[in-house]
Design a binder for this molecule. Structure first.
Ligand code: SF4
Ligand code: SF4
Length: 357
């Protein structure tokens, strides 16, 4: 039977969008960062590894896979980024949909034109620029505006995406605000619901939001976000995470072939979830070095959601926050952070750096 046989159920969607996380390093340390990047964060992707993962991603879906390059701040690794896109283009690898940046490097017209010309020649579809009150604590908004203007001239305005455009137009640098003022602004912005409450956001933003008891998030299985979003990220160590759930390891890859194998393994392991399966026995135990009950964090979250993870962690000693949680992902990340700090499930939760806000 073909691996693309349409008569078979699709418990795990094809990976159609994949982010290569070129580095965890970043000049900034945004309160909203769900991978906890910072100037101290480590973990780069080599050009060779990136090319292998890129090639492997093309084989997973009959429709190919659109690649975006992010981090961390990929322009902080310009040598790797420029070499990667050139080699990928020469090798005829699939579409480079976007490169993401916070614009910290956009200090003048010349460097912007030079770098965007390289990316354009290598087939980059779009430049995505981050702009919000959290980023502008570390990156002058003038650089965002300059990059957007000159980028628009080089690539055409339709190929510049700013997240968020209204802030880039009217916003300001937030580094000089008094702490109280900044917290008020962040609380207001976080209340818009744009941010994933994981990583540093789960620590620095979640507590600015209204809390609810964990029980309010019961019976919310995460199957769709974990297995059916079509979107994954791969880091330099070959760790594959769902696009929206950093720190949950779907598996590890080390060459082009292992990417397709991982997708097939997930599909096999979760085949019964397509018809509402709730068993927890079908996935191999994937625990770390401690002796713990045979549960698999991914399996638990897919089938039952974060309150089930809370219950499992409670048996290991995790104490639920009396003040509650700002949402299911805040709950999930808080429990996962405790598990990582106590060295549980290290095969399934990582890399450790994304749990160090
Ligand atoms: S959110 Fe982006 S710009 Fe901010 S620290 Fe994280 S990777 Fe860097
Ligand atoms: S609760 Fe956890 S697994 Fe579910 S969507 Fe949020 S971060 Fe992902």
């Amino acid at each position: 039977m073909s691996k693309f046989d349409k008569s078979r159920p699709m418990p795990v969607k094809y990976w159609s969008f994949a982010g290569l996380m070129l580095t965890y390093w970043c000049n900034a340390r945004c309160a909203s960062c769900y991978v906890c990047s910072s100037p101290q964060a480590e973990g780069d992707m080599s050009v060779e590894a990136a090319l292998a993962f890129w090639e492997g991603l093309q084989s997973v879906s009959p429709h190919g896979c659109r690649i975006h390059i992010g981090g961390g701040e990929p322009f902080g690794r310009w040598e790797i980024l420029s070499s990667l896109v050139r080699q990928a283009h020469r090798a005829g690898l699939g579409p480079l949909e976007a490169v993401e940046t916070n614009a910290f490097w956009a200090t003048g017209d010349k460097i912007i034109r030079e770098r965007l010309a390289v990316l354009d020649a290598a087939g980059m579809g779009r430049l995505t620029i981050s702009a919000d009150p959290y980023h502008q604590q570390f990156v002058p908004v003038e650089r965002v505006r300059l990059l957007a203007r000159v980028g628009g001239e080089v690539l055409g305005p339709d190929r510049i995406r700013i997240r968020w455009r209204d802030w880039a137009a009217d916003g300001f640098d937030t580094d000089s605000l008094a702490e109280q003022q900044r917290r008020r602004l962040f609380a207001e912005y976080a209340g818009l619901g744009h941010d994933r409450l994981a990583g540093r956001a789960a620590v620095e933003l979640a507590d600015l939001l209204p809390m609810k008891p964990a029980a309010d998030f019961a019976d919310k299985p995460c199957r769709d976000r974990l297995l059916r979003s079509r979107h994954i990220h791969i880091d330099g160590g070959g760790i594959v995470c769902p696009g929206t759930c950093a720190g949950i390891i779907l598996g590890r890859v080390d060459d082009a072939d292992s990417v397709g194998r991982l997708w097939q393994n997930l599909r096999r392991n979760f085949a019964d979830t397509n018809n509402g399966g709730t068993g927890v026995q079908s996935v191999q135990d994937c625990t770390g070095s401690k002796h713990v009950p045979p549960i698999d964090v991914l399996n638990l979250l897919v089938r039952s959601g974060p309150v089930a993870l809370l219950a499992a962690a409670g048996k290991l000693g995790y104490v639920e926050r009396a003040e509650g949680y700002a949402g299911p992902c805040h709950l999930c990340w808080s429990v996962r952070r405790w598990l990582v700090e106590n060295r549980y499930f290290r095969d399934r939760l990582g890399p450790a750096g994304v749990y160090r806000p």
